[in-house]
Design a binder for this molecule. Structure first.
Ligand code: AMP
Ligand code: ZN
Length: 115
């Protein structure tokens, strides 16, 4: 499913420019346009799911593969041993600004405490 007005669906459809670093039939990973760390990637499903609240049991394998892909991308960049952070924001209090679920992969520097 694709949402005509969703920014990340537009990235998937190549209607917006992006620096894609990985793609397969169900996932895409690209550089965050407002990078907060030397490595700041977004890992998203190609299908439009607005928030974490919209996930169902049928998405468990998809979400698992998003996490594993983030892990692999961290290893490819050589930041796995030093460490990195995976973040998924949900709705207003979580700081979500793009309503298409995504994992932030942040690394390459010492990250500060969450909050
Ligand atoms: P969140 O606040 O968790 O919803 O994260 C949304 C992220 O998407 C932010 O870190 C933005 O910098 C990033 N972002 C927004 N538009 C684009 C875009 N066109 N290409 C890449 N990253 C984007
Ligand atoms: Zn979308």
């Amino acid at each position: 499913m694709s949402d005509p007005d969703c920014i990340f669906c537009k990235v998937v459809r190549r209607e917006l420019p992006s620096e894609i670093v990985f793609e397969n039939d169900e996932l895409i990973a690209f550089n965050d346009i407002g990078a907060q760390a030397p490595t700041h990637l977004l890992i998203i499903p190609k299908t439009h799911i607005a928030t974490l609240n919209d996930l169902g049991a049928e998405h468990a394998d998809l979400v698992g593969r998003m996490v594993l892909k983030a892990r692999d991308l961290a290893a490819e960049r050589g930041i796995d041993d030093d460490g990195y952070r995976l973040v998924a924001n949900c709705n207003a209090h979580g700081g979500q600004t793009v309503y298409h679920i995504h994992l932030h992969l942040l690394g390459g520097r010492q990250l500060k405490a969450l909050g």
